[in-house]
Design a protein around this ligand. Structure first.
Ligand code: NAP
Ligand code: ZN
Ligand code: ZN
Length: 354
């Protein structure tokens, strides 16, 4: 069994520290991947701290993985040794339900096998005796059908965040068929938010960033936004009422959805992507102008590949700060203070394997 070094949290209150995981020897359909880079998503923090409930420990987070294939099973047809590949938020699903058949494996009716804080499966059902461990580690074994081809042309450390932040913002932009000239707002300029700006812009939208930080104005425009609104001043919700066709809300902390809904145009949609603690919602916020409030969760394998190819074709990549694995606890603290521009990415070459 390939034993691999990793970083894990052993409880919801402990810092991440060195740990070992056993990866399975590649079966006929598996590839063994040497992990090069892994992005740090705010969902890693939510789960490590058990903010959503039901976390299992020890936990090795990480679901924005880019690496190289170092071993392949006998039936593997999609990859060759040495290929550069990606792994996102799930590593398996039931493969039989309607969602899986539609290529929306993230909504698998039997539960997807999350890349970490999830479970491997016995066929259709999850096997709760076999936890999954994520990308803050040296290697991972994954079924070929849940592995992505990384297109050439984007630096690998800037590709890793596309596997979650990229697909999570790309998917709703496609689902709501954003087109040239649409007024799109991105709420929260963090890992997801900055990808939302770049992707919406690449699709031709007029993009506005809404941020609780006043200091991100120049960055927002530099990332490609056409406009920036600092939400600290409550008046802006009157000034910009009814302005946007689509709002992607990426904020990780509780905030008043009603205020943001007031910014939607007739038949406009606000899509919740962030997962903070719940806040109250007033029916009046939706009834006026026939507004819609929706949610979206990552994206299926087919669309994730489409997104990677779109990014390569449009020169879109994440803005990253590469860190050593030993800096991970500090990186979490900085993310909680909104101090990340705009994704931390771990260089796994800094992981000791002795
Ligand atoms: P992040 O990089 O930490 O960015 C979150 C942003 O929220 C911050 O940069 C900040 O932007 C904004 N924010 C507003 N009020 C805040 C406050 N009081 N404290 C801290 N930040 C505040 O996080 P992320 O990785 O983009 O993830 C964002 C959320 O999406 C998380 O809840 C995560 O779990 C969730 N998520 C969902 C999916 C999905 O499939 N739906 C996938 C991945 C992540 P400003 O400074 O511009 O206001
Ligand atoms: Zn994520
Ligand atoms: Zn399924």
């Amino acid at each position: 069994m390939p034993r691999t070094p990793a970083y894990a949290a052993v409880s919801a209150r402990s810092a991440l520290a060195p740990f070992w995981v056993e990866r399975r020897e590649p079966g006929p359909d598996d590839v063994l991947i040497d992990i090069l880079y892994c992005g740090v998503c705010h969902s890693d923090i939510h789960q490590v701290r058990d903010e959503w409930g039901g976390s299992t420990f020890p936990m090795v987070p990480g679901h924005e993985i880019v690496g190289r294939v170092v071993k392949i099973g006998t039936q593997v047809t999609r990859f060759r040794m040495g290929d550069t590949v990606g792994v996102g938020c799930f590593v398996d699903s039931c493969r039989h339900c309607q969602a899986c058949a539609a290529g929306e494996e993230q909504f698998c009716e039997h539960g997807m096998s999350a890349t970490y804080n999830g479970f491997e499966r016995n066929g259709i059902e999850l096997d709760r005796s076999r936890p999954t461990y994520g990308g803050y580690s040296g290697r991972i074994t994954v079924d070929q059908h849940y592995v992505l081809h990384v297109p050439a042309g984007i630096p690998l450390e800037r590709t890793a965040p596309l596997l979650c932040a990229g697909i999570t913002t790309y998917s709703p932009l496609r689902h709501y068929a954003v087109k040239a000239g649409d007024q799109v707002a991105i709420v929260g300029l963090g890992g997801l938010g900055h990808m939302g700006v770049k992707l919406a812009k690449a699709m031709g939208a007029q993009v506005t960033v809404l941020s609780h930080s006043t200091s991100k104005h120049d960055d927002a425009l530099h990332l490609g936004a056409d406009d920036f609104i600092a939400t600290g001043d409550a008046d802006v919700f009157n000034t910009h009422a009814g302005r946007f066709d689509l709002i992607l809300d990426t904020v990780s902390a509780p905030h008043d959805y009603n205020a943001y809904l007031s910014l939607l145009s007739l038949d406009g949609t606000m899509v919740l992507l962030g997962l903070p603690d719940p806040t109250p919602l007033a029916a009046g916020s939706l009834i006026r102008r026939r507004r819609r409030l929706a949610g979206s969760m990552i994206g299926g394998i087919r669309q994730t590949q489409e997104m990677l190819d779109f990014c390569a074709g449009h020169g879109v990549a994440a803005d990253v700060e590469v860190i050593d694995i030993a800096q991970i606890n500090t990186a979490y603290q900085r993310m909680l203070q909104g101090d990340v521009r705009y994704r931390f990415v771990i260089d796994l070459a800094t992981l000791q394997d002795d």
